[in-house]
Structures are given as C-alpha cells and as structure tokens.
Design a protein around this ligand. Structure first.
Ligand SMILES: Cc1[nH+]cc(COP(=O)(O)O)c(CN[C@@H](CCC(=O)O)C(=O)O)c1O
Length: 307
C-alpha cells in the first residue's frame, strides 16, 4: 500500500490526499489515454534535498503529451515549481514523485474530444522498487511470453498510461512463475526492456544497452550512459538477443524506481557469478553518490530544495 502524504497537487491546488478523487466516467479510466512520470528526490550529503533530473522528467511528460496529442494546460516551469511545492508541503526530504496528466470526464466514446486535461502531482516515500536485498543480491528474471509494443502500434517514447497493460501482463506472469521481473523482447525478437526498467549488459568489458527503438527513453539509462563514459567504460547502444544476455558477464536493470538493480539469473541461466558484478557495483555506487550530491560533476542534474 502506498504510504499517504498530506496533500496532492491537483490542477493547481494542494488537495488533501483522501479528497483527490475523480468521477468514474473519467475518460482515461476507460480508454487509457494519459501520460505520467516517475521521479525521485534524494536527501543530499549537504543537508538539502534534490530532485534528480526534474526538468528532464517534466519535459518528457510534455513530450509524451505531444505524442498523444494532449494539451497540458501548464508550462514546464509551472510543473517544476509544483513538484517542489508538493514535496515541501508534504515535508518529504526524499521520496517518489508521480505527475499524471489525464483526460477528465465529459463526453464518452473513443474520441477524447474537448474533455478537460487534468494534472495531478502525488509524492510519497518509496524505498527500493524491487526490494532492498535485490540491490545487493540481484534479481531473477524471466523472458516474458508478451512482446514489447510494436513501435507503430503503441508509442513507446510516450510514458503513456495505456502502455502499462503490456507491462502488467509481463510482470504478473513473471511473478506467477516465481520470478522477480519480466523481460520483454521486441516484435523482431531482440531484447527490449523490462516492465518498468531499461536493461544493460556487460560483456568483455563493454557495456551494451538497447537502442531507442521499442523502449522508453529512460532518464536513468541516459544518466548511466554518461556516467559510464565519464568513468572510462565503452558504452554501445546495440540490439542484442536473449542468448547474448545469457552469456553476459553482468546485467542490470535501471530506472527511477529500480535505480540500478543487478540481474543474477535469466530464464534459469545464472548471469556471470550470479550476483552483482564489478561493473554493475561500480556504476550503482557512483549513481547513488551522484544522486545524493556527492559528485559535483553532476550537480546540474540535481534540482535542490529544502524543507
Ligand atoms: C517501461 C519503462 N522503461 C524504462 C523505465 C526507466 O525510465 P526512467 O525512470 O526515466 O529511467 C521506466 C520507468 N518506470 C517508472 C514507473 C515504475 C512504476 O512501477 O510505476 C519508474 O521507474 O518510476 C519504464 O516504465
């Protein structure tokens, strides 16, 4: 159960958590046209807090809306300020932030027409997405029987509400089969991404990740590619297959919620030594340092605030 905060930003106002409700004929509830973000705020070593790459996340929300032809009636700056205001109002010096823009109630039928575009920003404490020990020991993954969306069926660069039915099918199948996460292949059979994460593999010292085809353009993926390059690693964006993953020295998922989660096994093949490898640990350690303001090289990624 999500841990409640005091208020939720709702169309420009701070509304009590339990009063932040919508009508059951809200269009998005029926037809899935909506866009959202997942963002994290971290306590920093200097005693302040920082939202990680806040502007990039809000810009992606607007990019998702553009893809889906939704007009969010705010500016990027207004929503950036609203996120900080909501964290401060809820006295969260760290936590998870969920902006969502959705099509409100009005006309029914597939055409969203002139139904209002509404926006909320919820914030709450959220620890390790796949469990604390997963960050250390790694997780067990199953290749899903569900493919990731065809790039001309669903718009995968949009973090769209309706895209996540595909993720739910893969996630619940993996859990039912005793795994921690499902990995989806694209419609050509190459590795795509997980239900809420991007994927990296390490082979012969080279770090490889899926190109921006059927996947969400992850901000954590982007950050880790920059970080790994700055640390001297060779990073390539290249299609790879499930059996290249099976013989990888290391593999890990990344995402705002998942952060950097090592993969220890895929389809009952142990990956590398069956635990977080040295490159994964190095990137995970450096990632957690930079999101908490310990690496001044990445200060521009931190939107600082105080309670
Ligand atoms: C499908 C998918 N792929 C990749 C990512 C990584 O993107 P980024 O966070 O920008 O690095 C996410 C984020 N998944 C969000 C939602 C998780 C949820 O269960 O809800 C998240 O990590 O916040 C995805 O949902």
């Amino acid at each position: 159960m999500v841990q409640k905060s005091e208020t939720i930003w709702f169309d420009g106002k701070q509304v009590a958590w339990d009063d932040a409700n919508v009508h059951v004929l809200t269009h998005t509830l029926h037809y899935g046209l909506g866009v959202f973000e997942g963002i994290r705020a971290y306590k920093c070593v200097d005693g302040t807090s920082a939202v990680f790459r806040l502007r990039e996340h809000v810009e992606r929300l607007f990019a998702s809306a553009r893809i889906l032809r939704m007009e969010i009636p705010y500016t990027v700056d207004q929503l950036v300020d609203a996120v900080v205001e909501t964290l401060q109002r809820n006295k969260l010096d760290e936590g998870y932030i969920r902006p969502l823009s959705f099509v409100g109630a009005g006309a029914m039928g597939v055409n969203p027409g002139s139904n209002p575009i509404q926006t909320i920003i919820a914030t709450w404490p959220w620890g390790a997405y796949l469990g604390e020990e997963a960050l250390e020991a790694g997780i067990r993954v199953k290749t899903s029987s569900f493919q990731r969306h065809h790039v001309n069926a669903m718009m995968t660069k949009a973090k769209a509400v309706g895209n996540y039915v595909n993720s739910i099918l893969a996630k619940t199948e993996a859990l039912a089969d005793g795994y921690d996460e499902g990995l989806m292949l694209d419609t050509a059979g190459f590795v795509s991404e997980a239900t809420g994460e991007n994927i990296f593999i390490v082979r012969g010292g080279v770090i490889k990740t899926t190109p921006l085809t059927s996947i969400l353009d992850g901000i954590t993926r982007n950050s880790l590619m920059t970080l790994a390059g700055d640390l001297g690693y060779t990073v390539v964006e290249q299609q790879f297959t499930r059996d290249e993953l099976y013989v990888a020295d290391e593999a890990f998922f990344c995402g705002t919620a998942a952060e950097v989660t090592p993969i220890r096994e895929v389809d009952r093949r142990v990956i590398g030594a069956g635990k977080a490898g040295p490159v994964t640990k190095h990137l995970q350690t450096e990632y957690f340092k930079l999101v908490k303001g310990e690496n001044p090289k990445y200060a521009h990624w931190l939107h600082q605030y105080s309670l």
